[in-house]
Design a protein around this ligand. Structure first.
Ligand SMILES: [Zn+2]
Length: 239
């Protein structure tokens, strides 16, 4: 079962602490699955996201809450939804990894593969969106492309690649209660899960600190005590 026990959660948190969002998502997936980051980095993004949804559900439950500002009137919306609402079935890329996929440009059909974390990690930081599209398309197209299509062509390839891997391109439909404005907000399970793991890890380390100070326990001693018993010791420990 894909789960992060507290020891692996702390390890994944430490490995991702000073890394970017792509590496953080890989670090969490690797700690939960036991697969090396290098292997997971070659998975289609949607397959990795699907694994992270499993990890979220197994570790923290199915209910997700988000606070979002309405882009029209600025009111804060509290949104509650379920992990199960976010799975896209069938997951195209994980069903048949050997299958060929295609993008269509005018009358041309070009073979392509899914975008992976490795592709994202290969992008130099802080580039304009147009250059990013160009580089992702160049990496993921398996047939040569005439270079005269211009920016419109890159955007079209990006759109079709996202369509081929819908699990990697999640959004949640929102309607503002104050002004009735409706929009699709992007949802990134990697960012969401990292924020939860970050909060959990910091709370846990603080507990280790208090119990180490109070009883002389080591970190391993604290982690060996389950959360319910730990709660008792935290209440009882002299301030
Ligand atoms: Zn509004």
């Amino acid at each position: 079962m894909l789960i992060l026990d507290e020891r692996r959660l702390l390890g994944a948190w430490e490995a991702g602490l000073f890394a970017g969002p792509v590496q953080r998502a890989l670090s969490l997936a690797s700690a939960a699955s036991g697969l090396p980051c290098g292997e997971l980095a070659r998975w289609p993004l949607g397959r990795l996201d699907s694994l992270l949804l499993d990890v979220r559900r197994n570790c923290f439950g199915s209910e997700l809450t988000c606070a979002v500002g309405c882009p029209h009137c600025g009111d804060q919306l509290e949104l509650v939804f379920a992990v199960e609402d976010l799975y896209v079935r069938p997951a195209l890329w994980s069903q048949d990894e050997e299958a060929e996929h295609h993008v269509r440009l005018g009358d041309r059909t070009l073979r392509c593969r899914a975008v992976t974390s490795e592709d994202l990690l290969a992008l130099p930081p802080d580039q304009p969106a147009e250059l990013v599209r160009n580089q992702l398309a160049t990496r993921c197209l398996l047939d040569p492309l005439d270079d005269d299509g211009g920016p419109g062509q890159w955007a079209e390839i990006e759109r079709q690649l996202a369509e081929l891997d819908p699990q990697s391109d999640l959004s949640v439909r929102l309607t503002c209660e104050s002004c009735a404005h409706g929009w699709d907000a992007p949802f990134d399970i990697g960012l969401y899960l990292w924020a939860e793991v970050d909060a959990y890890a910091r709370r846990l380390m603080y507990q280790v600190h208090r119990l180490a100070t109070g009883y002389g326990w080591t970190e391993a001693d604290v982690l060996a005590v389950g959360p319910a018993r730990r709660e008792f010791y935290l209440e009882a420990v002299p301030a």
